[in-house]
Design a binder for this molecule. Structure first.
Ligand SMILES: [Zn+2]
Length: 84
C-alpha cells in the first residue's frame, strides 16, 4: 500500500512539474512573439523613406508620393500645380 501511495505522489509531482514548465514555455513564447512584432514594426518604420514634396515641402512616405521625373509631390493636385 505505501508503494501505491508513492507512485501516486510521483504522478502528481511529475504532473505539476510538467505543467509549470509548460506555463514557463508559453510565457517565453508570448514574450518572444511580442519582441518579434515590435522588431518588425521598428524595421518597417526604418524602411519607410520619406520624400519631400517639391510644391509645399511636406514629407510623405515613398509609397504615397507622386513622382514626375525628378520631382516628387505629396498629391496629384500639387503635381498638376507645378507642371502647369
Ligand atoms: Zn505638396
Amino acid at each position: 500500500m505505501p508503494r501505491l501511495l508513492f507512485i501516486l505522489i510521483l504522478f502528481v509531482v511529475s504532473f505539476l512539474v510538467v505543467r509549470s514548465i509548460r506555463n514557463k514555455l508559453d510565457k517565453n513564447k508570448h514574450i518572444d512573439s511580442d519582441d518579434a512584432n515590435r522588431g518588425d514594426q521598428t524595421n518597417n518604420n526604418n524602411k519607410t523613406i520619406m520624400l519631400k514634396c517639391d510644391e509645399c515641402g511636406l514629407h510623405v512616405p515613398e509609397h504615397e508620393a507622386i513622382k514626375q521625373g525628378n520631382h516628387v509631390f505629396c498629391s496629384l493636385e500639387h503635381a498638376r500645380q507645378r507642371l502647369e
